[in-house]
Design a protein around this ligand. Structure first.
Ligand code: B12
Length: 467
């Protein structure tokens, strides 16, 4: 059989630059699990076009919520051409019945232990509607082919996984439900083998928290140290409390970590399930992490119920004060399957159910203490201020150990900001009844939004404290 595996982009009209796109891992795992009698082709739509008339028997499409509408469109087109369709990934796992309306079959959750059986079923004409095998063992070594193609993207970074599952159950996150509350590990020898097989130098651990199980993490870092690689990943800020762990991470080549910091609002921090809830302690943790040569990348969320418009200048002051070079700025997004989604739905605060807006940039609900438009514009205002050249240069003396990385990050962020600035009316079009006309006047609306957000009383703040 010929199997076509697709990762759809959110909007084919607005693809991101190829070099900024992180390579896929899930479809390469599917390819690795495919028995040799079948032929596999992988298409990542962010970087290449999809041929709807591709010669194939089965089309497998992976999607998150934001690109689900595009996945459903592609499913419809391939179905019209007589292909069998199977959908998998985060969104079909959360809403399998919705996904089934667009496909012949849905894989709920992880695909290990399912894929060869599913292919047999297609071959024998017995494809089932749903496949589910919760929390499979990760012991089998799956050889990832074609690492060479993926190496050419995003600083040549190669994606690798070492664990799945998350014990935390944050209100706005679906990972706990998808991968389970228990952390499951890949055998360390398989991770080492995967890294060696990839023949690369720079790796990204996709784990939600690479330090989630400290005993495993310590063993892993000791095992990869001799490989002399550089790596980045995601972690919880608690790990700074364990000096042995932080030293081992740094010695094994860790150069940067992504932290879900979420907010600098004192009252909101107390409500979140966070290990460090005090801003001063967070600032000390940042200094400690950086003292080990590890770059600190926080991810912030705007729009919690405790957030007022003050959250925008407060966040910017925090980023300035701590000389942060790179950051993810998100609006709170109530993903289906999360407590946040259920709460906002119950309170009738959702303003759209069009999944394409569920991307952390658009606002899809009514915030408590500001209008949806103020939330959307306020986030963009922080992004604008953060990416000013003057801000980048002011922080440069504090990044003399990695000056090029600091500047490259700054320039990359500026490019993303410019794209989002242009895209603002589309991202906000669902907030206005005249949405059809907005596209034509996007420049005008972007300027309006930014100047509106400029009313935020930034001068009232010094170092994050109102004076
Ligand atoms: C890496 C990553 C990214 C990368 C993706 C790189 C890439 N090219 O794949 C980047 C940075 C681009 C990214 C972007 C975004 N991401 Co992201 N991302 C992740 C992360 C950390 C890991 C995903 C991953 O690769 N896992 C490893 C693979 C092996 O696991 P998997 O994808 O789940 O695949 C398994 C199964 O789902 C299944 N499967 C998957 N696909 C298919 C397909 C078929 C046919 C079958 C049968 C099975 C199957 O088999 C796989 C193996 O078991 C997850 C967190 C997480 N734990 O999942 C968040 C996560 C998936 N992302 C999320 C979000 C919100 C986003 C963004 C909207 C964020 C933003 N601010 O823009 C964008 C959306 C991009 C888009 N496409 O529109 C959310 C998704 C929530 C949701 N309901 O959609 C997650 C869950 C994070 C979170 N904690 O909320 N992301």
């Amino acid at each position: 059989m010929k199997v076509l595996l697709i990762s759809p982009c959110k909007d084919p009209e607005r693809k991101r630059p190829k070099f900024l796109m992180m390579p896929q891992l899930s479809l390469h795992i599917l390819e690795g699990l495919t028995p040799p009698e079948h032929e596999v082709k992988i298409v990542e739509e962010e970087i290449e076009d999809i041929n709807l008339d591709e010669d194939c028997d089965l089309v497998g499409i992976s999607c998150m919520t934001a690109n689900a509408p595009r996945a459903y469109y592609l499913a419809k087109e391939f179905k019209k051409r007589g292909k069998k369709i199977v959908l998998g990934g985060v969104h079909p796992t959360i809403l399998p019945d919705e996904a089934l309306r667009h496909a012949d079959s849905v894989v709920i959750g992880e695909v290990e232990g399912i894929w060869p059986e599913l292919l047999e079923d297609v071959k024998n004409g017995g494809l089932k509607k749903k496949y589910k095998k919760p929390y499979p063992s990760l012991d089998e070594y799956i050889k990832i082919k074609h690492r060479k193609d993926t190496k050419k993207r995003l600083f040549n970074v190669i994606p690798v996984m070492t664990t799945r599952g998350c014990p935390f159950n944050c209100d706005f996150c679906c990972v706990h439900d998808i991968y389970g509350p228990k952390i499951r590990h890949y055998p360390i020898e398989n991770v080492v083998r995967d890294i060696m097989d990839a023949e690369g130098k720079f790796f990204l651990f996709l784990d939600d928290n690479i330090m989630g199980d400290t005993r495993y993490a310590k063993k892993l870092f000791s095992a990869i140290k001799p490989l002399k690689i550089k790596w980045i990943g995601q972690a919880s800020i608690t790990f700074v409390k364990d000096i042995e762990l932080i030293s081992l991470a740094a010695a094994s080549g860790c150069t940067g970590l992504f932290f879900g910091l979420e907010t600098v609002s004192k009252s909101q921090l107390l409500k979140l399930r966070k290990s460090i809830k005090d801003i001063k302690k967070i600032e000390e943790a940042i200094k400690k992490i950086e003292s080990y040569g590890i770059f600190f990348h926080p991810s912030m969320i705007f729009g919690f119920d405790d957030d007022t418009k003050d959250v925008f200048p407060e966040t910017l002051d925090f980023l300035d004060k701590n000389k942060i070079s790179s950051v993810s700025l998100n609006t709170l997004t109530p993903y289906p399957g999360t407590k946040t989604y259920r709460k906002l739905k119950e309170e009738r605060r959702l303003i759209t159910d069009d999944w394409k807006y569920f991307d952390h940039k658009s606002v899809v609900f009514k915030p408590k203490n500001m209008s949806p438009f103020e939330l959307q514009a306020g986030r963009l205002w922080v992004f604008k201020e953060f990416t000013k050249f003057s801000s980048m240069l002011k922080k440069l003396p504090f990044h003399l150990d990695h000056p090029f990385y600091h500047l490259a990050m700054g320039i990359g962020h500026k490019k993303v900001f410019k794209n989002e600035f242009k895209d603002f009316p589309r991202l906000a079009s669902h907030l206005f009844p005249l949405s059809d006309n907005l596209e034509a006047h996007y420049e005008y609306f972007s300027i309006l939004a930014l100047s509106l957000a400029d009313f935020i009383p930034r001068n009232d703040y010094i170092g994050g404290n109102k004076v």
